[in-house]
Design a protein around this ligand. Structure first.
Ligand code: SF4
Length: 246
């Protein structure tokens, strides 16, 4: 078991650790109870490339909302072929057609929060119920809502602890793209057409090159996050151990 005390010490140590070491620590500490969730953005592709070199055992999953661009679906296939891995697709309980039947067409235009909950948050919650560690690729330079993230965060879900790992937190957009070019890492071709990030096609637009990286998501509304990074509760002090599998 990891105690709260050990987690605090580890969190400090990981803040200055290289990406490779963070991934190795994740696997050695959590084993098959950790997984990398990605939408295959630029940061995610760098993390995935490094992961395949130092900790290829870590499983990879993606939330397939049913509204992904064809270019994203094609990228997922290319990633599987290049690295020889199988990426788990996690789906909403409702197909796109069933959602239209139950909530009406184009829910994303009328109630984006509900659509995101049905197609992203609930499926992720289901996936996280199998895990003690969730690796993702958020960076601090991706905007105000992400500027304070730590490498290692701990949250509570379903009354138990969940480690959330943000190994890309200190990376900059330039570092990410330098790595992609230098290592010939595959990326979403929509990024050559002005898409700084790529989510669902109804809610993602191309942006100016100097715009905030997430400006193209839910453009014209106050919404800045889909909810997958905001539903977890900071851990209760009473939860002082985390079950781990070695
Ligand atoms: S990003 Fe848009 S289409 Fe995708 S789940 Fe959220 S509201 Fe629905």
């Amino acid at each position: 078991m990891l105690t709260r005390e050990k987690l605090n010490a580890q969190s400090l140590a990981l803040e200055t650790a290289p990406l490779e070491d963070i991934l190795i620590w994740s696997w050695e500490t959590l084993g098959s109870r950790v997984a990398f969730g990605t939408a295959f953005g630029a940061s995610g592709m760098v993390l995935l490339d490094v992961m395949q070199k130092v900790a290829p055992q870590i499983p990879v999953f993606t939330i397939d909302t049913g509204f992904l661009f064809p270019e994203t679906l094609s990228l997922i296939d290319r990633v599987e072929a290049r690295y020889g891995i199988e990426i788990e697709r996690v789906y909403s309980r409702l197909s796109v057609e069933e959602q239209a039947r139950d909530y009406g067409d184009e829910l994303y235009k009328r109630d984006a929060d509900r659509c995101c909950w049905l197609r992203k948050v609930e499926p992720l919650q289901r996936k996280l119920s199998q895990l003690n560690g969730w690796i993702n690729s958020r960076r601090r330079d991706q905007g105000d809502t992400r500027s304070q993230i730590s490498i290692l965060e701990y949250y509570e879900t379903d009354g138990r602890a969940l480690l959330k790992l943000n190994p890309m937190a200190p990376w900059t957009r330039k570092q990410v793209w330098d790595y992609i070019v230098e290592h010939d890492v595959p990326y979403n071709p929509l990024m050559d057409q002005g898409f700084a990030t790529v989510g669902c096609w109804p809610c993602t637009k191309a942006v100016d090159a100097d715009a905030d990286e997430r400006a193209g998501r839910w453009a014209g509304s106050d919404k800045t996050e889909c909810g997958i990074h905001t539903f977890l509760q900071p851990i209760d002090a009473a939860v002082n151990t985390v079950p781990v599998e070695s």
